[in-house]
Design a protein around this ligand. Structure first.
Ligand code: V47
Length: 367
């Protein structure tokens, strides 16, 4: 496997991978600086197949972005709006119920809920939202509110994060999505998202959730002003947190889209960059069970290729994704289950429908 690798440093990283030795900061930097994408892919695919065999997971889910009103207004975000902005919106609980009812006939196992940091919606809105969705579809898993939203809800409620999460769990919360991590570097946070909770705050919400038995995901937003060193630091910080709690399920690198943001004009991420971020995540995050290539961000075709570069999950059917589309994503808003199955099978992988917690869903008659 290592024969085709010319570069000495990459070869020695390859030896570590084969010997199941942990990669360190220098290795991470070398991986980012390497242009030998195929070798990175071979190494990442080796780890991917050891962990997840030939399986490529997907999920049948529905996304709900309940409001884009946000008091953080991060420079990279086209979704968040001031409440006075003509594009600002806020779904009522009835609107949300209607969205759930509209898809009652679809075999959805997860509702994925993310919104802005809304300055005034009361805590009861969020609790009631979960309860009402569960009343309509008791069997769905609610993956709701990033750690940033949870920290904000705790403030709104005047409660600790642990108390807040317990109340939300009582109302139907099943797990937390991994958004809001961005890049942990304080330089990046000061420049791009000065109002957002700190990286320590983000990690602390995750750790509290994990201690309560709630699983979470983790993300990294790449393709803006971050450096390779900052990305490696981000991955190592997540790996350390996972060593402590074991509560992360999947890591999702998020490709930055600049349209309609304060960073408009920055070039789109390239295929090389997208695949490198998947492969390096797979190699550095040796304790994360899953690496997800979110097709909404990089397109279904690249997500398909990513299944050979470290990713074992292609996310889901989605519906009505707003965060990336407001920032200019040209991808569709939804893929049918058939389209996802086709992508996975053409990649030579075995499609497996999962639920949010990566339990395998029963096979369907139609295939
Ligand atoms: O935190 C914001 C990112 C995240 C842009 O857990 C942008 O499975 C690209 O949480 N270009 C929210 N990205 C989305 C999120 C998520 C997405 C997919 C899967 C999961 C999961 C979680 O979207 C934000 C931010 O990092 N984002 N603006 C943009 N212009």
């Amino acid at each position: 496997m290592l024969k085709r690798i010319q570069d000495k440093q990459l070869k020695s990283i390859g030896e570590k991978v084969l010997n199941e030795e942990r990669l360190d900061y220098e290795d991470g930097l070398a991986l980012y600086h390497s242009q030998d994408l195929l070798s990175l892919g071979v190494l990442a695919n080796y780890v991917r197949e050891k962990k997840n065999g030939n399986i490529a997971y997907y999920i049948v889910n529905q996304h709900i972005n309940y409001s884009n009103i946000c008091k953080n207004l991060c420079l990279f975000c086209a979704f968040g709006k001031d409440s006075e902005d003509p594009l600002a919106y806020e779904l009522s609980l009835e609107d949300i119920e209607n969205k759930i009812r509209e898809r009652l006939r679809d075999p959805i196992s997860e509702v994925h809920i993310v919104g802005g940091i809304h300055p005034s919606l009361p805590f009861s809105y969020y609790v009631e939202m979960l309860k009402r969705i569960k009343a309509i579809r008791p069997e769905v898993h609610l993956q709701a509110f990033t750690p940033v939203e949870v920290a904000h809800l705790a403030e709104q409620a005047g409660k600790t994060v642990a108390e807040t999460l317990s109340i939300l769990r009582g109302a139907g919360l099943g797990s937390l999505p991994g958004g809001g991590a961005e890049v942990f570097s304080s330089r990046i946070r000061k420049t791009l998202c000065p109002k957002k909770i700190s990286s320590e705050g983000w990690l602390s919400v995750c750790k509290t959730a994990h201690q309560l038995g709630l699983k979470t995901n983790a993300t990294m937003l790449y393709g803006h002003i971050e450096t390779a060193a900052e990305k490696v630091d981000h991955l190592l910080t997540l790996r350390q947190a996972q060593d402590e709690t074991g509560g992360f399920m999947a890591f999702i690198p998020l490709a930055f889209h600049s349209k309609n943001t304060d960073l408009e004009g920055l070039p789109e991420t390239t295929g090389m960059e997208d695949l490198k971020n998947i492969a390096i995540a797979r190699l550095m995050l040796d304790n994360f069970p899953h690496i997800k290539s979110f097709w909404i961000m990089v397109g279904p075709k690249l997500s398909q290729i990513a299944l050979g570069f470290g990713a074992d999950d292609i996310d889901g059917t989605v519906l009505e994704e707003k965060i990336t589309h407001m920032a200019g994503a040209q991808t569709a808003q939804a893929q049918t289950r058939e389209e996802i199955l086709h992508l996975i099978r053409e990649a030579g992988r075995e499609p497996v429908e999962r639920d949010t917690l990566y339990q395998i869903r029963p096979l369907r008659k139609d295939g």
